[in-house]
Design a protein around this ligand. Structure first.
Ligand code: 5AD
Ligand code: SF4
Length: 441
């Protein structure tokens, strides 16, 4: 075996959303192609990469904690802060953490090979912070972590202007990939054995093919779901303003498109939605929910909610609780509002106390938990197709996922490797967050 010198090894830790997870796969692929080897701990590595998230203050603090930990023992290592905190804080990071040598946002990863050359030459202040000429990051070198479910970027950046959100600043303006390059990547994924793809973008619904074909999102979704070998297509994330009925029609017509839609609402109060600059009212949001409920296949609906947005009254909060009852979500992510740099909401008065945010978050999560227990228990006795993702050795269970994105762990044959296969499983037990069942085989 050839011994790899420590200067040619890297460690990477990823924070944040699926876009970031996928960016890291692209960064890893690029580094491997340049002859670097990945190691499991920062201690062993010559290069330490942190791919960062700045969506909420807590996420942002994580990277600074990591950097602090390595301030003294990190001698001789090259530290790189990439991703959303890098884009947001820019060169200020060099001042706050002088042992960092590279600060680069996601729009600059195409230039990573050149930046590595500069680092290897001993340059201690390398940056990639411009959005100029940025395209959707297409790389032949993606090294995917999951052997069965692949992320596939279709659009990067965001042109919305939600008053609480850093993303337009950290990920720049929208750029869609051509439909041909998306279909080509999906085809290659299928050929290399992937059966499930997850289309990614900050706002996939505003996808617009820049080539002459001019496909919209619903068309792209259907075509990806028609690539031979692809059995499941998911997509995230959607924006209610750009979510149109043809998307539901496509799901209805093509069984390869998973019957799950993540449609972040953020608040059940039209007044708060206006302050958030979300560009829809509660009624318009409910119209979209109506399309989903009227679909031929039962579509699982999930959402994101922010509690304690500036000026959110008790009445506004109750409107959100009432929305949960009305929609009956299959699951949701709830967050306490976190003031972010550069955003419009930062200037708004009437900030809600931390204590009150915690109270609202707890009540909201409790309300949703009860809904999930009831909804999931209705599935007992049903047979669901799962895609097998792993094995819980200690529990003697296989880990499966339904088209509706529910975890369904099950007992079944032990003498064969089921991972990566699809099979019907009968649901026998349900909890708020997952299901248990047995395979009929
Ligand atoms: N504070 C709290 N939550 C936020 N989100 C986005 N920005 C903020 C913020 N400043 C939430 C939204 C979004 C999810 C990814 O994170 O709910 O949909
Ligand atoms: Fe975090 Fe948003 Fe950046 Fe994703 S896009 S890593 S959620 S700040």
């Amino acid at each position: 075996m050839i011994e790899i010198p420590v200067e040619k090894t890297f460690y990477i830790e990823t924070f944040g959303c699926q876009m970031n997870a996928h960016d890291s796969e692209k960064v890893v692929g690029t580094l491997l192609a340049k002859g670097y080897a990945q190691v499991e701990t920062p201690e062993e590595a010559g290069y330490v990469f942190y791919n960062t998230c700045s969506i909420r203050d807590k996420a942002e603090q994580k990277v600074f904690n990591r950097l602090q930990n390595f301030k003294r023992i990190g001698k001789g290592k090259v530290f790189a802060v990439i991703g959303c905190v890098a884009q947001q804080e820019g060169e200020k990071i060099f001042e706050r953490a002088p042992h960092v040598s590279l600060v680069a946002g996601s729009a600059s990863y195409t230039k990573l090979p050149e930046m590595l050359v500069q680092l290897e030459a001993g340059n201690k202040r390398v940056t990639g912070l411009s959005f100029e000429g940025a395209e959707a990051f297409d790389t032949p070198f993606t090294r995917r972590d999951n052997p069965h479910r692949a992320y596939l970027t279709i659009i990067e950046g965001c042109d919305k202007n939600c008053s609480y959100c850093v993303v337009p600043f950290t990920r720049g303006p929208e750029r869609s990939r051509t439909s041909a390059s998306v279909i080509d990547e999906a085809t290659k994924l299928a050929e290399s054995g992937y059966t499930e793809v997850q289309l990614l973008g900050q706002n996939v619904n505003s996808y617009r093919d820049p080539s002459a074909a001019g496909w919209d999102f619903a068309t792209l979704l259907d075509r990806v779901g028609s690539v031979p070998g692809i059995r499941r297509v998911r997509f995230t994330t959607s924006h209610p303003r750009d979510f149109v009925k043809p998307i539901i029609d496509a799901i209805d017509a093509n069984p390869n498109l998973c019957n799950h839609v993540h449609l972040p609402v953020q608040s059940g109060s039209s007044r708060v939605l206006e302050g958030m600059q979300r560009l829809y009212t509660r009624e318009q949001y409910m119209e979209r929910i109506g399309w989903m409920k009227a679909a031929k296949r039962p579509i699982a609906i999930t959402t994101d909610i922010i509690v304690g947005f500036p000026g959110e009254t008790e009445k506004d909060f109750e409107d959100t609780l009432d929305l949960l009852d009305e929609v009956q979500y299959d699951s949701l992510f709830a967050f306490k509002y976190s003031p972010r740099p550069n955003t419009a909401a930062l200037q708004m008065g009437d900030h809600i106390s931390e204590e009150e945010k915690v109270r609202r978050l707890t009540i909201l999560n409790e309300r949703q938990r009860a809904i999930q227990i009831r909804r999931n228990s209705e599935l007992i006795g049903a047979v669901e197709e799962v895609h097998v993702e792993g094995r819980h050795k200690s529990l003697g269970q296989w880990i499966g996922r339904t088209s509706q994105n529910l975890t369904l762990n099950f007992t079944g044959p032990e003498d064969v490797d089921l991972i990566g296969t699809y099979l019907p499983v009968r649901v026998t037990r349900a909890s708020a967050y997952s299901l248990v069942g047995e395979s009929g085989r």
